[in-house]
Design a protein around this ligand. Structure first.
Ligand SMILES: [Zn+2]
Length: 236
């Protein structure tokens, strides 16, 4: 009789350990999801950084192109003024254009140069940012791998516990086993102690007869919640 009670208690302990391991896995999986979000955010932030650099480079290229085009226009207009026979009005217009372009080209060339320097400076900075980004990424990947290792070990632990559970179940009489499995569908604690005459599962009084039988090491159940009951003094 007491043997069956002890078997139920050890089954209960195995199930509690399985439940605890599963709970830990859920927590760790939550941590992995969080790290994955951080990895995604890290990658997004860096790709934004790269885009910013590309945009700056494009602005510099466009400005240099603008300066080149102005220079070409000045040359073309000047060539026309120097070598072609053109109406006075057009000549006036071209001279005016040449003056205007000459007045602006220095400014545009300076801006193009300034932008090119800015690009070079930003490229140096970008390389530093990339290094920091890669460092952060590999740290996050490391953290993730570490947690995934923990999850894998817990899964192994659960597999071991489940094998242990199968063995424990085979050892328990069928009517107790099926009652235990039914209880497990309803409660996290299918086997509880009687404390001060009270079922510690549902907190209601246990009849004196039941307490007496429990004292003999019999497998008894709560009249109210049907949980298996035992007395600590009997099993320790
Ligand atoms: Zn109860």
């Amino acid at each position: 009789m007491k043997g069956d009670l002890l078997k139920l208690l050890s089954l209960r302990d195995i199930d509690a350990a399985i439940l605890e391991a599963k709970g830990k896995i859920r927590t760790l999986e939550g941590e992995v999801a969080l790290i994955e979000r951080r990895i995604a955010a890290e990658k997004e932030a860096f790709s934004k950084r790269v885009e910013e650099h590309k945009a700056l480079r494009l602005r510099a290229t466009e400005k240099a192109l603008e300066a080149d085009e102005m220079d070409e226009k000045i040359r073309a207009y000047q060539h026309k003024l120097d070598h072609d026979i053109i109406p006075y009005k057009e000549m006036e217009y071209l001279r005016e254009q040449v003056e205007l372009l000459k007045a602006r080209i220095d400014e545009v060339e300076e801006e193009a140069l300034r932008l090119m320097e800015e690009v070079e400076e930003d490229e140096r900075k970008l390389r530093e940012d990339e290094k920091a980004h890669e460092d952060r990424l590999s740290k996050l990947e490391e953290e993730k791998a570490e947690i995934e290792g923990k999850i894998a070990r817990l899964k192994e632990e659960i597999a071991r516990l489940e094998a242990e559970r199968e063995a424990a179940l085979r050892d328990i009489p069928l009517h107790l086993r099926s009652h235990y499995e039914r209880l497990l569908e309803m409660y996290l604690d299918p086997v509880v102690p009687i404390v001060d005459g009270i079922c510690s599962g549902c907190h209601l009084n246990v009849s004196q007869t039941t307490v007496d039988r429990a004292r003999q090491g019999e497998v008894v159940t709560c009249d109210n919640c049907s949980r298996f009951l035992y007395l600590e003094s009997v099993v320790t």
